[in-house]
Design a protein around this ligand. Sequence first.
Ligand SMILES: [Zn+2]
Length: 239
Amino acid sequence: MDMTVQALQRRLIALGYPLPHFGADGDFGSESVTAVNKALDELATLRGVKPPEAVANVPATTASDGLTIPADWMPDAKISRIIFHWTAGQNKANDLDREHYHILIEGDGKLVRGKPSIALNTEPKAKAGYAAHTLNCNTGSIGVSLCGMAGAIENPFSAGKQSITRAQWNALVYVLVQLCKRYGIQVDRKTVLSHAEVQITLKITQRGKWDIARLPFDTSIQGAIPIGDQMRALVQSKL
Ligand SMILES: [Zn+2]
């Protein structure tokens, strides 16, 4: 009998994948294999092209678990605003993604630290090696990015195969709340905004950036400002 296998079997049963014939017997037989495969299939469904309701129903309190930004990711700096993006890459953060942002949120809502320190983007002037996430608007700006949207097209809208998820959107709320508290930022359209809002609200020309003017998991809301307003309202409600 193997105690590790038995622990896994107990966990499967607790999660609703019964082992009717053999139970948690510590022997990794075909019944256990079938149960693990079923669990993995369901997980893949949740993480891939999922029914939006399934993810949307995850309570916000669950999304906040494990989302605490480590203190050393938030060094002293003079910060005026937070700009949120998508990477236009995969749902996992790669090295290139990590060069451009301070904090990345992967497809499952997990936080990944970018390479540049927030301290490098400090006012009055960003220092060498700063995170270059927004054209002519990096000094005093933290860049947070949702991993995904490779190959996405704005019109007619296509999210591509790595669309951003509700889990990432929920995680972003908690990331922004923590950053606002840490850097003393009052939430308004000029201080907490998406990249797509920068040109409209701050009048700083960007090159056709539309992150985030579409939410693949909620097409009832469209456009940079309405989507930004929704995020700001969510952040306000948690502050
Ligand atoms: Zn961007």
